[in-house]
Write a protein that binds this ligand. Structure first.
Ligand SMILES: [Ca+2]
Ligand SMILES: [Ca+2]
Ligand SMILES: [Ca+2]
Length: 558
């Protein structure tokens, strides 16, 4: 074994900038070294932990392919180093055998004030059993436990780790931790809370470009769980699919916490409970007890609930959804798409279609509190009563500039409840590009069948974005939802010709919004002063401009 001696001279430069204090640490070693770990004499050390123990800030520990079986968790010991596999997670596994100390059964523990400069990259992490958290008498973090410490985890696969009873089969961030996980997969992990990932007590968990699939929770948050003391989870560009829990099958956020979910797919998750007022709520997600959930550009489809709210359940919490597609979700009882108890639930530019409920409220059940829907399409949902909406126990539903199937006849309104039927609502076939179906390929043989996915872009003679061919196609009909949104809403990124008004539905205000049709020939030339895009500069353009004449900033939605 080569001697690895390092000494550090840290020079601290203090700079006061406002109230911020910056520390700049400079290590004395002339350059970062790479320490190798692997079997045999060709490597500096046999174990990853021995490599870490010898490393200094800035160094890299490079692990050879193979399976590293451990009985004690690997820890970074507070070092700002990168621990990386040479060949990626498919060829490099860290596996927890029977832990030497059953209180320390996580595969890795970050517990020495590590920051994002402690980087773990390219491992499969398996068979972790979690670490004992005495203050709650539970285990946390089967794969990785972040205890008041942070770290960066890239390109790792968490598979079949557990924290029972406890939180975070795959990872757990607790007590002021703020780890960042990117390009990771969480698969078949289980816990009581947060089968895949768990964020608890004043912690901030960031998941970017991750896949969270087929994890399970005995209580809530089959995929991801966030709870307590202003904890927050930020989930971007992720797929959360096939997870299950008693409630909040894909995602659960509760008790003074928040979830920010952007450009994600939440699909095929299940809330498998079935006890009234206890479990079976929110197949895709649940937001509960003074919490908030902000979802943008998400697709929430094919989730199921044993009780209510196939897609999203919200109770005494704020749920805001913008540019989301909420389709083909199923609730055994009420609220095929969503259920809002006290709320508020705010939906803007959403497409809510083909959800089904066994009891009232095919699209949304509003139970006390307020639900506000603008620039949205609510179409072809299914329920025995209140095919689109059911408003009960003093709830208030406000709808404007939306396409509501069956108009007010699609709404079940219990006495004492309020329907604010605002301006600009229509009831007309939205002319979606297509509903999904199974293509049997003309044979009775099922093996060659393929699933043709839904496409909720709006048909247009002037141009509709086709995600399959990645081109703009022209239809022979044009959707009535194009340019039918709230006139004062920003047009956002809608391409020319955009009519000068935002479209209804999930693609309204986005670069994939269907184009405005003014007859043949289709206007393709941008003329100064032509605000709606019909290739003429006339009174119509002046009227649109007059609407916004004195806007300093966009007006709020109605
Ligand atoms: Ca076939
Ligand atoms: Ca438009
Ligand atoms: Ca014009």
């Amino acid at each position: 074994m080569k001697p690895l001696i390092c000494f550090r001279i840290k020079i601290f430069l203090r700079t006061y900038l406002g109230i911020s204090l910056f520390f700049l640490a400079v290590t004395g070693s002339t350059k970062a070294r790479t320490i190798t770990a692997g079997p045999g004499v060709d490597y500096d050390f046999e174990t990853i932990q021995a490599g870490i123990d010898a490393a200094c800030d800035g160094d890299m520990v490079l692990a050879a392919p193979g399976e590293y079986v451990i009985t004690e968790p690997i820890t970074f010991r507070g070092k700002a180093i990168t621990v990386k596999s040479e060949a990626g997670p498919d060829e490099t596994t860290i596996k927890m055998a029977t832990p030497a100390d059953t209180n320390r059964g996580s595969v890795l523990i970050f517990e020495n004030d590590e920051t994002e400069a402690s980087v773990l990259e390219g491992f499969m992490i398996t068979d972790g059993k979690g670490s004992w958290v005495p203050s709650v008498s539970k285990y946390a973090g089967g794969g990785i436990y972040f205890n008041a410490s942070s770290g960066t985890v890239k390109n790792c696969i968490f598979i079949r780790n557990t924290a029972n009873p406890g939180g975070g089969g795959g990872v757990s961030a607790c007590f002021g931790s703020s780890p960042v996980l990117a390009d990771c997969t969480f698969m078949e992990n289980s816990a009581t809370y947060g089968g895949g990932a768990h964020c608890w007590d004043n912690s901030y968990l960031t998941l970017t470009n991750c896949t969270v699939r087929e994890n399970s929770a005995g209580e809530v948050g089959g995929g991801v769980y966030c709870c307590a003391n202003n904890s927050s989870v930020t989930i971007t560009d992720c797929t959360i699919t096939g997870n299950s829990a008693m409630s909040g099958g894909g995602l659960w956020s509760g008790i003074n916490s928040s979830a920010i979910v952007t450009n994600c797919i939440i699909r095929g998750n299940s809330a498998i409970g079935s006890t009234p007022q206890v479990s079976g709520y929110g197949g895709g997600a649940e937001c509960w007890n003074n919490s908030s959930m902000v979802m943008s550009d998400c697709t929430i489809k094919e989730n199921t609930a044993g009780r209510d709210a196939g897609a999203v359940f919200c109770e005494t919490s704020s749920v805001t959804m913008t540019n989301c597609i909420i389709v083909n979700n199923t609730a055994k009882h009420a609220g095929g798409g969503m259920e809002c108890v006290k709320g508020p639930l705010t939906l803007t530019n959403c497409t809510i279609a083909r959800n089904s409920a066994g009891e009232p409220g095919g699209a949304v059940l509003c139970w006390q509190g307020s639900t506000n829907i603008t620039n949205s399409i609510v179409w072809a949902n299914i329920a025995p009563q209140g095919r689109e909406f059911s408003v009960v126990y003093g709830g208030a539903l406000s709808l404007s500039y939306s396409n509501i199937a069956n108009g007010q006849a699609g709404i079940h309104l219990q006495s004492g409840c309020t329907l604010n039927w605002g301006e600009g609502n229509i009831d007309a076939d939205p002319l979606f590009a297509r509903y999904g179906y199974w293509d049997d390929k003309g044979t009775r043989e099922p093996l060659d069948d393929v699933c043709v996915e839904d496409d909720f872009h709006l048909k247009s003679q002037a141009g509709r974005w086709d995600p399959d061919s990645q081109t703009w196609l022209q239809d022979n009909v044009t959707s009535p939802c194009i340019d039918a949104g709230y006139p004062m809403s920003p047009i956002g990124w809608e391409l020319f010709p955009n009519g000068g008004f935002v479209n209804m539905g999930a693609y309204g205000g986005t670069p994939k919004a269907s184009k405005s049709y003014f007859g043949e020939p289709i206007c393709e030339t941008i003329v100064s002063g032509d605000i709606n895009g019909d290739c003429q500069v006339n009174r119509t353009d002046l009227e649109i401009m007059a609407l916004h004449w004195t806007d300093d900033e966009p007006l709020p939605l109605p």
